[in-house]
Design a protein around this ligand. Structure first.
Ligand SMILES: [Zn+2]
Length: 117
């Protein structure tokens, strides 16, 4: 279950990384909590999410409820991004929509698994 979540969390990082215009970012996409420019930036949510290193050991050993929370926030980000771009989640065949359907499934399973353990 944890492994599934890890592998699913890689895609949104790549995807969101591409959507941020880093030329105008003073921190090259690394969210800085002490810089008011970051907090006011329209990309603050994406950056805050991106600075998490999902392949690090620290991330891999996080408790399941935290991982589920990360998954949920990734789903929200991608979902918001896709509906802004007019994707029809029920029928669209692009990578992002496929990812979202798969991730929502996994989220359901993980949430149920978490309740039982
Ligand atoms: Zn799509």
């Amino acid at each position: 279950m944890r492994k599934d979540i890890h592998s699913v969390l890689k895609f949104p990082q790549d995807f969101l990384g591409k959507t941020i215009d880093l030329q105008n970012c003073p921190h090259s996409g690394y969210f800085n909590t002490s810089d008011h420019r970051c907090i006011e930036c329209e990309h603050s949510l994406e950056c805050e999410w991106l600075k998490q290193d999902v392949s690090s050991l620290k991330f891999k050993t996080k408790p399941l409820p935290i991982l589920i929370h990360h998954l949920e926030s990734a789903i929200c980000h991608i979902d918001a991004r896709l509906s802004m771009q007019g994707h029809d989640l029920a029928v669209c065949l692009c990578d992002a929509c496929k990812w979202l359907r798969n991730a929502e499934n996994l989220f359901q399973q993980a949430a149920e698994y978490n309740l039982r353990h």
